[in-house]
Design a protein around this ligand. Sequence first.
Ligand SMILES: Cc1ncc(COP(=O)(O)O)c(C=O)c1O
Length: 371
Amino acid sequence: MELPVFKLERYFARYEFKVRHLLCSSDCESVTIKDLLAFEAGAGDAFENLWLGYTESQGAPALRQAISRLYDTIGPDQVLVHSGAEEAIFLFMHAALSPGDHLIVHWPCYQSLHEVARSIGCEVTFWEAREEQGWSLDPDDLADRIRPRTRAVIINTPHNPTGWLMPRDEFVRLNRMLDERGILLFSDEVYRESEYSADDRLPAACDLSHHAVSLGVMSKTYGLPGLRIGWIATGNPEIANRMAALKDYTTICNSGPSEFLAEIALRHRDRLIRRNREIITTNLTILDDFFQRHSTLFSWVRPMAGPIAFVHLSDGEVDTFCHELVNRNGVLLLPGNLYGDRGNHFRIGFGRRGMPAAVAALERFVGSRNS
Ligand SMILES: Cc1ncc(COP(=O)(O)O)c(C=O)c1O
């Protein structure tokens, strides 16, 4: 297994904890442990008295119970908790794929969604989002890409980096089509519940098909990436059992304090979602105005969910733009080439309270560039 550098993660490792303004974060505003414990009477005491022994490998029963409530047909035994969504991606690929298998991956995407499969010796074909059609996926493109050895399709909606949300009827059709063909669907749903209109929320793939595996996490919509708690939910016991067996070679079990805190957060997730949606709504208004003022320099497809968007730079080369911006004004944007994009885009993040100050600094940079 040979894995190339994870470009986006290395970029964050270089800048994230050094720059003045983070303007490309993929998550929403976080909270402190104190804030979280205050959600529930007695939680503080219970946390202090938590036993720090090994935990159940599948995930704490109470946490799996809380996770299963996010789904219609999934019970606690059909949930496998991981250390972040990243571990689940790695283990899914190793559990489901063999060398020579063919995989179709929604692109652009978070790099591990295709790179882990490649490192196993799979052939990967991209199912490309079409910017000219609002970053949508064309179902005919998928049909053209399916081969006899296609083992799985990977999609991510709401989407990183565009914020695109697949229409419900398309999502249902996709699940049905793959189900009929016996092709696995790995559905990265880490941005679920961040839709700007709750009516647009898609059903979870695991509720539509036994072949599907839904991926969830505390990191994005709920703003709790420091917990490192992610999970898969699936009615496919074969894949879940293989992933559980592989987990014995990665993390064995999860962090007890994190499981405890994740359970509280999920019981009160409406509060976290409401707060983070408010931040996103306020920030989007600021961005709408900003992009209108600078419409000759930037254009974007306004996202439908989540705290990120993929913006086109119309004048200049995006790597140079981002490089000069961070060096001169301390504002971090994410150049699209870190996804392998050649379309002169950058990712912008607007799920944090500090975004207005970051946009003001970006605007100063744009002004100095023009003068
Ligand atoms: C689409 C997507 N999937 C999975 C992950 C991994 O999530 P985590 O960092 O919580 O493991 C990320 C992180 O940015 C992501 O954007």
